[in-house]
Design a protein around this ligand. Sequence first.
Ligand SMILES: Cc1cc2nc3c(=O)[nH]c(=O)nc-3n(C[C@H](O)[C@H](O)[C@H](O)COP(=O)(O)OP(=O)(O)OC[C@H]3O[C@@H](n4cnc5c(N)ncnc54)[C@H](O)[C@@H]3O)c2cc1C
Length: 352
Amino acid sequence: MSSKAPRCGLTFSRMKTVRVAVVGAGVIGFSTAVRIAEALPICSVTLLAEKFSPDTTSDVAAGIVLAQEFPDIPLERQRRWFKDGFDHFFAIAHSEDAPEAGIMMCSGCQIFREAPANMKPYWSDIVIGYRPMTDRELKRFPNHKFGQAFTTLKCECSSYLPWLEKRFRKAGGRVEQRRVNSLQELSNDFDIIVNCTGLGSKTLVGDDQVQPIRGQVLKMDAPWLKHFIRDVDGMTYIYPGIHSVTIGGTRQVEDMRLHVDEGDSRSILERCSRLEPSLRKAKVLYQSVGLRPGRRSPRVERELVQMGGRQVPVVHNYGHGGWGVSFSWGTSLDALGLVRQCLQEIPLQAKL
Ligand SMILES: Cc1cc2nc3c(=O)[nH]c(=O)nc-3n(C[C@H](O)[C@H](O)[C@H](O)COP(=O)(O)OP(=O)(O)OC[C@H]3O[C@@H](n4cnc5c(N)ncnc54)[C@H](O)[C@@H]3O)c2cc1C
């Protein structure tokens, strides 16, 4: 052991346990916390958050597992993220945990008003049975010229988050309800901080790239609907789930209103009923609103932050916009890799 006092608390604490704080209890925070607690027994992991299920944005997510292209992330990395998540949800959907975790297989289509330039997106060989829709299938959507039919998964976060929390606690994780006003607050009690605060990162780490994108959904009692339909404009979708059918939606940038807007409800019902007329006969069970953590691309990286007399390693995993459920398991594996790097590198830094 060095006779000097360590600049980074990790040199001492690593001999016992490395104290890791994961901030955020949405799908990103819990996925990341589970990954770390299960893979790194040397770490004692505490998840801290202001809000827990059922009060997070993740609880509002429609939860369909689909991909979009993020402009600043190499396609191969996005592919890995998506495949990792798909395989994870697929395995749960075919295990005895499926109903408790709220995960199911889901077949349907994405429809386009104009045929896209790229007919074979990078995720097309990860989902199951991807194929262009036939003219016969497209006939019922007269305003759409092209469609992709495939089978994917649906993850209902109001079940999945409690399931992840149980898994996290089983791996020795601890949970604390608390608002964190600055990462500095955590620097005395933790060796590594993992930031999974979604929209909260705008203020917590001052990231101006993060912006709220308001989304409103209706939960419908329509058990006869079994296939999903998504208009790729991203505004109109119908996703049958385990207990109800989620229909949406809205994408209102910088709109922070968390209450249900009746005008939005009417517009959603009208747009979705044009695609699936039987929805006009369905009962609305309830409605919800969430603020997506919008960002050009998710931020999954680490940095050393000066806090008091030492540099504290911070791993970021936030900014997943409208696809946080789909990419949660994949980006949390990268976050785990970054925590591993912190474990390896920080003792070296302390020796300098
Ligand atoms: C209407 C709608 C439909 C959607 N549909 C889909 C879909 O079909 N498929 C899909 O993949 N994604 C979908 N999404 C997107 C998805 O919901 C988000 O990308 C995802 O929930 C982001 O997860 P998160 O954990 O980063 O954020 P959140 O769920 O918002 O969790 C953030 C956590 O951080 C905590 N926190 C923040 N700041 C602080 C602080 N200062 N101190 C302590 N705690 C803090 C919060 O309390 C919370 O626990 C949808 C979103 C909406 C709104």
